[in-house]
Every structure is written in C-alpha cells, then in structure tokens.
Design a protein around this ligand. Structure first.
Ligand code: HEM
Length: 432
C-alpha cells in the first residue's frame, strides 16, 4: 500500500515538468510577445519625442568636429573621386516667383562691430540653391554681351574639368525648370528659356559653346568649379566669371585655392581661414551644401567690373587695386555690393561648385532701410587695418560715414528706430 502510494507520488512528480510546460506554454509565449510589443512601442515613442533636426544657421560648420559623421565621407586618395549615386530631392516652385516682379533678397550681412574674420559658412537648404529675381534680364544681357566681347578669358573649362562642367549644366537643366517653371522649361535635350526664347541642347557633341558659358546664361550667378589634385589641393579648372567686379578669371585660372586667396591679399587668410577651408573642401559631400555672404563698397556703378580700381583689360602683370580709386566721391557714386555664395560637391565628377550671386545697390537706397545706416557705419568702423586696406576704406570712409551717420540720426529723430537700436538689434538673424 505504502509502496503503491509512493509509486503514484513518484509518477506525479515525474509528470510535473510536462504539466508545467503544457499549462504554461501559452502564458510564456504570450508574455514574450507582450514584452516585445511594449519594447517596440516605447522605442518608437522615444524616437518621436526627439526634436526634429534644426536648420543650422551658425558658422559652426567651420569646425570639422561639429559636422555629422555621415557628411564626412570615406577616406579618399587625394585627387581620386568615385562617383556616388546621389540625387537631391526635386525642389518645389519658388512661391509666387515672377521675372518682372520678384525683388532681389535684401542681404545686409553686416553687424554692429566688432568684426571677426571667419569662413561664415552655414547649411544651405537644397531648394534655395539658385536665386533669381527681377534683375535676371539685366544680368542675362550683361553676361551675353560680355561673353560676346570677352568669351574665353571670362568663361573657361580645362579639358580635365569638362565632365564636371557638363555635370553642372545638367544639374541646372534639372533644377531650374522645377524651381522657376515660368522662366524655364525642361526639354528632352536640355532646357528652354521661355522669356528670352533661347533653347539649349545639352546632349549634342561637341557642345556649341563652353558648358560654363551656357551655365552662365541660365543664372545670375558667376560660377566656378574646383577640382582636387593629387596633392590634395583644390584647383580652379572651370569658371564663368562675368560680373565679379574686383577679380578676373584669367588672373586666377588653374590656381589652387590658397594661392587664389593669398594673391588677392585676403585678410586673415593664412591665420584664420586656410586650415578650415582646406578641411571643408576635403570633406564636403554631395549632401552637404553650404552658403556664405560677404559685402563690399565700391565707388562707381559698374556691376561687371569696378573700373575705379583699374582697367579690366589693363596689363595683367600690374595688380589692380584701390590705390587708383578717386577719393571721397559724392555719396551717389557709392554702391553696396554683396555676394551670396554657395558651395556643393557634384556627385559624378567630384568637382566642388562655387556659385557667386552678386546683389548690387546704391548706398543711398539701402540707407533708407530702418537701422541699416547705423549698422553699416558701425560695421565699417569696426574693420581692422588689414580688412580696411582690403576693402579700400580710406578711399570712401569720410563721405560714406558722414552720410550714414546723418541718415542714422534722422532715423532716430523720426522714431524709425530707437536710441538703443544696437542692443535691440543683437538678435538679428544673419545674414539679413
Ligand atoms: C569655404 C570657402 C571659401 C571661403 C571661406 C572664402 C573666403 C574668402 C574671403 C574671406 C575673401 C575676402 C572677401 C570676402 O569677405 O568674401 C575671399 C575672396 C576671394 N575668394 Fe574666397 N573663399 C572661399 C572659396 C572660394 C572659392 C572656391 C573661390 C574660387 C574661385 C574663391 C575665390 C576668391 C576670390 C577670387 C577672392 C577675391 C580675391 C581678391 O581680392 O583677389 N573663394 N574669399
């Protein structure tokens, strides 16, 4: 009897694992599924709570360490670029754009002092690559005339840069009709200009003109493409520089980036700019375009070439410079010149495209804008000796500053701006 009972107990004990596994299997599996589902939900919620990436507008791109690792790109052998399969998203049409009515954007990229030399790069939103406005037809006519008059000295492509220049042309044929559909129409062979009636076939070979000339006709910008040499330097091998005002493509063509700047005595280049620029060029990827703005003053009204600093077609062994400019001309002859520059890497050729869009207005016009005369006067006063020399301040400062101070005084008197405008203006978003 006892033996029977013990046997029965032993049999029950042996069945325990089987019973447990039969009864608990559904519970166990259900638990695992519930756990996984909850983990998934929690992860998604955490991800959704992360703030959306902000549009960077500060110049922190100058610090290589501040860039995301993804835009750094793989290590490369200098001078060797492997084409990448990269296409930018299609841009939407520029809202309400009209070739006769859309005013130029009012870039006023100066601050109340002190002035610091920096690269001043900020992220570019892809849609904004090329800016066109109601000055387009004037710029286009100036460029057309200058291509006829000067052709190859101002628009040129080195043989080894031809693929990059064609790639730039193709990129423009893709971008412009989408961004400015009332001006451009894409065609099976290229692009038509609806307003001027020009038709460009970019598939025919040989091309009817240097591709940089065709690019120049399509935009208001001057254009340059830099290519990396086996020494890691970036060389100017393709350009359409027609409205640059102060420099000539023929003086800089084929030069590496450093020499382009040192030959022009760009202030602070060696100490404050060169290293950051080299880093930037080496690392910039097709998905990492940037912008920068600058400004100058000139004492004539010539957009294409400021003849005050010397003749455009003069002796190229003689440097052009402010020394020849007439001193203290009347304020009506003072013009504000500001460039909006973009930089991006072309995915197929690896060339780095540099666009230079010039905005050009009389000082007397921009001085009507609230706060601008006071801010510009402060900025000009804050330039150090090297910047002042580079920008020719000595030739115009007396007339310019007297005028700006008076305009500022009147703006305060009329209550257009407050007495403490400089402090109130601190939060102004660069470059406006
Ligand atoms: C990261 C990119 C670059 C930076 C930070 C930069 C910076 C500068 C600065 C600070 C100046 C003085 C005028 C101003 O304030 O703009 C200057 C002048 C100039 N830059 Fe650049 N630059 C860059 C790229 C380029 C490229 C790609 C070219 C190629 C054509 C170029 C050509 C020139 C020329 C021709 C001048 C005028 C020099 C002269 O006065 O003779 N720059 N640059």
């Amino acid at each position: 009897m006892v033996a029977n009972t013990l046997l029965a107990v032993q049999q029950q004990i042996e069945r325990v694992p089987q019973l447990v596994s039969q009864n608990f299997k559904p519970v166990l599996y259900g638990g695992i599924i519930a756990f996984l589902f909850t983990s998934f939900l929690v992860t998604r919620l955490i991800q959704r709570k992360k703030p959306a990436p902000r549009r960077a507008n500060s110049p922190d791109l100058e610090k290589p360490s501040s860039r995301k690792p993804t835009s750094k790109g793989p290590e490369r052998t200098p001078g060797v670029w492997t084409p990448v399969d990269f296409k930018w998203p299609d841009p939407p049409p520029y809202p309400g754009w009209d070739v006769y009515k859309t005013d130029p954007l009012p870039y006023r990229p100066f601050k109340h002092g002190p002035y610091h030399i920096t690269m001043g790069l900020r992220t570019m939103q892809w849609d904004d690559w090329i800016e066109l406005d109601n000055h387009y037809l004037k710029f286009h006519a100036d460029k057309k005339r200058r291509i006829e008059e000067r052709g190859a000295t101002h628009c040129r492509t080195a043989p080894e840069a031809m693929d990059g220049a064609i790639e730039l042309l193709e990129e423009l044929c893709d971008y412009l009709p989408q961004r400015y559909p009332t001006l451009y129409r894409k065609t099976p062979v290229g692009i038509d200009n609806i307003v001027t009636g020009e038709c460009f076939n970019v598939t025919q070979r040989p091309l009817p003109e240097d591709p940089m000339q065709t690019c120049a006709r399509l935009v208001q910008d001057d254009l340059a493409i830099m290519f990396e040499g086996s020494d890691g330097q970036y060389y100017l091998l393709a350009g359409a520089i027609l409205l640059a005002g102060f420099w000539r493509l023929s003086d800089k063509f084929g030069m590496p980036l450093s020499e382009i700047h040192t030959s022009g005595d760009v202030p602070g280049f060696k100490t404050k700019l060169e290293k950051g620029m080299m880093n930037f060029f080496r690392r910039v990827q097709p998905n990492g375009p940037v912008l920068r703005n600058n400004y100058f003053l000139q004492v004539d009204d010539e957009l294409a070439w400021s003849s005050s600093i010397g003749a455009e077609d003069g002796d190229h062994t003689q440097a052009v410079g402010w020394d020849t400019a007439e001193k203290n001309k009347a304020i009506e002859h003072h013009f504000f010149r500001s460039e909006r520059q973009s930089l991006r890497r072309l995915p197929r050729s690896g060339g780095v495209v540099f666009t230079i869009r010039t905005y050009f207005e009389p000082v007397t016009a921009i001085a009507k804008e609230p706060g601008v005369p006071g801010r510009l006067a402060s900025a000009v006063r804050s330039w150090g000796d090297d910047v002042s020399k580079y920008k020719g301040r000595e030739r115009y400062q007396d007339v310019l500053l007297e005028y700006l101070d008076e305009q500022h005084r009147q703006q305060v008197e009329r209550g257009v701006i407050g007495e403490n405008y400089a402090e109130e203006d601190e939060g102004r978003k660069y470059p406006y």
